[in-house]
Design a protein around this ligand. Structure first.
Ligand code: NAD
Length: 442
């Protein structure tokens, strides 16, 4: 087996992760087959229409499609693949555990296809799964369905993904580390060679399945911990007149033992990964008899953030029934249209329960937000329309468009109340009642 043999690559599941990987690999001249069960999605992608908004993805996909990227719902196309990335979703069940049905289905089909293949393929599990899943769930499916033996006839490697939405292409091209979990074998050697060629100078860590799986959870739960930590401090600061959470975050972030990233106080962490991964790790720890006290505190701190915003609003407006409230930003962070587990969605649900009238603005996420709220709320593409006659505006997502808000932008508000969860306007002299999360009012 030589490195030169890896030219044909399969990617199963074309969401944020799979589509980013397929596009980047195809743009680097690999023959890539991207497979998804969603026919419509495949057809849209083939025509260059993205199912999601992600900076640079459209361009990278276009380059990939001009080269050797095939998009299909026909799994048999992976028969000739040297390596196959599994990137299907592992969403959260109501008890916090991860839903494995998609990965079971995908690996069942992969097994049936490699049964007929002459290739000694390597299957990389990129989907996030709790420790033990590859060994105890995925491997037995692959061996049973293929009738072949792992490490002899094919390889299986846990290869957790660390990309961040809104930076997916950059992170796919320039990852900070590569984790390869599995047995030492010719397949592991081949995988290491493939990744060192793809990403020279990036550390490659080789470990066993369960450690690789745990690394992903360790990573995300640490990031969530940083966010909950700064949010907890921010709540304290808000009650100390004159205190500024950003100055505190900036200075502690200069300490190399702490680091400056993920110390932005706000309405709490959201998105498709951090909440789900924390819940899965808590569920997993409980199952194996460990009480995850810190993780529970991280989760509870995060849950309180939106309730704190609602309490602040009630303090400002009194009864919020029928009050017109503007939400700026529903995406869980800027530069994405992803609203999965977005704190804005949670806030809107709470405000609707209180019978407030909601009008929202988001540069990219309106269509996704409509899928949740339909006609229960109002949507606008213009910030001015969103603010017109409003009694309170809440800045939830730091889209750069909101930096330019000024006295002129708020002049048609019915009552000039601003709750700024991202401290976007903190340095402006505004003719308004201005409340910033993490800034103690004098
Ligand atoms: P996603 O929900 O955006 O996309 C998953 C895709 O898989 C969908 O297009 C779906 O149609 C497809 N799919 C489902 N079952 C399939 C099957 N049997 N065969 C083929 N396709 C199938 O998910 P995502 O956000 O790309 O995440 C994928 C995995 O990577 C998850 O485990 C997630 O936790 C992990 N992850 C996500 C991110 C992120 O930022 N989104 C980052 C790191 C890791």
């Amino acid at each position: 087996m030589t490195l030169g043999e890896i030219m044909n690559i399969g990617v199963i599941g074309l969401g944020f992760v799979g589509l980013s990987i397929s596009s980047v690999l195809a743009s680097k001249n690999y023959n890539v087959v991207g497979i998804d069960i969603d026919k419509q999605k495949c057809s849209d992608i083939r025509n260059g229409v993205l199912p999601l908004f992600e900076p640079d993805l459209e361009n990278t996909l276009r380059i990939g499609l001009k080269k050797k990227l095939t998009i299909s719902n026909n799994f048999s196309l992976i028969k000739n693949c040297d390596i196959i990335f599994v990137t299907v979703g592992t969403p959260q069940k109501s008890n916090g555990a991860i839903e494995l049905s998609m990965i079971k289905k995908a690996t069942t089909t992969i097994g049936q296809i490699i049964r007929k293949s002459k290739k000694n393929s390597i299957i990389f599990i990129k989907s996030t799964v709790v420790p033990g899943t590859t060994q105890n769930v995925i491997l037995p499916i692959l061996e049973k369905e293929s009738g072949k033996k792992v490490n002899r006839d094919f390889g299986v490697i846990s290869n957790p993904e660390f990309l961040q939405e809104s930076n997916a292409i950059r992170d796919t091209k320039y990852p900070h580390a590569i984790v390869l979990g599995g047995k030492q074998s010719k397949y592991m050697k081949k995988a290491k060679m493939f990744f060192s060629k793809m990403h020279p100078n990036v550390p490659i860590v080789i470990t066993n399945f369960q450690t690789a799986e745990m690394i992903k959870y360790a990573n995300n739960s640490f990031l969530a911990t940083k966010i909950s930590f700064i949010n907890q401090l921010s709540n304290i600061c808000q009650n100390i007149p004159g205190t500024n959470i950003d100055d505190i975050a900036k200075i502690i972030g200069l300490d190399p033992r702490i680091g400056k990233l993920f110390l932005n106080a706000g309405p709490g962490y959201g998105g498709s990964c951090l909440p789900k991964d924390i819940n899965a790790l808590i569920n997993f720890a409980n199952k194996i008899g460990v009480n995850p006290i810190l993780l529970n505190a991280v989760k509870n701190t995060n849950r309180e953030q939106v309730s704190n915003i609602v309490s602040l609003m009630k303090k400002i407006l009194g009864d919020i029934t029928s009050k017109r409230i503007t939400i700026l930003g529903t995406a869980f962070k800027p530069n994405t249209d992803d609203i999965r587990d977005s704190k804005s969605i949670e806030l809107i649900k709470k405000l609707l329960k209180n019978k407030a009238k909601i009008i929202i603005h988001d540069p990219k996420a309106i269509e996704n937000t409509k899928k949740i709220f339909g006609e229960k709320i109002l949507y606008t593409k213009s910030i001015a329309d969103a603010l017109n006659k409003s009694q309170c505006v809440i800045i939830m997502t730091h889209w750069k468009q909101y930096d330019t808000l000024n006295n002129n932008s708020i002049k048609h508000m019915n009552k000039k109340n601003i709750i700024d969860c991202r401290r976007v306007l903190v340095k402006k002299e505004l003719d308004a009642k201005y409340y910033a999360i993490g800034i103690g009012k004098n």
